[in-house]
Design a protein around this ligand. Structure first.
Ligand SMILES: [Zn+2]
Length: 117
């Protein structure tokens, strides 16, 4: 059995409850099957807000840069804004600043622009 049908007793009882409750205080809710729902834009669709020459995987890797302690390897993730504003997190093992160990192009570019020349 994959479905059940309401019997006359239950139907009468539900009608009584519906009459008591009155009209649903909201617009009609349309329940569409999953296959009938409009599909969201595919991830490969070009985003008009992005420059055409932007690296394709830059957004998917996230905004957090991986940093870690050179002494013990304690990993953490931090935004470029906080790295610039305040500096890298301090490791609990030795109270020394962590270093950027992220290998992404974004992290490499950040390291290059933040290193004194
Ligand atoms: Zn450490």
């Amino acid at each position: 059995m994959t479905s059940t049908v309401v019997g006359p007793v239950l139907e009468a009882r539900l009608r009584t409850i519906l009459d008591e409750l009155g009209p649903y205080p909201h617009a009609r809710v349309e329940l569409a099957r999953v296959s009938e729902r409009p599909t969201p834009a595919t991830p490969t669709a070009p985003d008009p807000a992005r420059p055409a020459d932007a690296p394709p995987d830059q957004r998917k890797k996230g905004r957090l840069l991986k940093v870690s302690c050179p002494a013990c390897g304690y990993p953490a993730r931090v935004t470029r804004v906080w790295l610039t504003k305040v500096g890298p997190p301090i490791c609990p093992c030795n109270s020394q600043p962590m270093v950027i160990t992220d290998q992404s192009p974004v992290a490499k570019a950040f390291k290059e622009e933040s290193e004194p020349t």
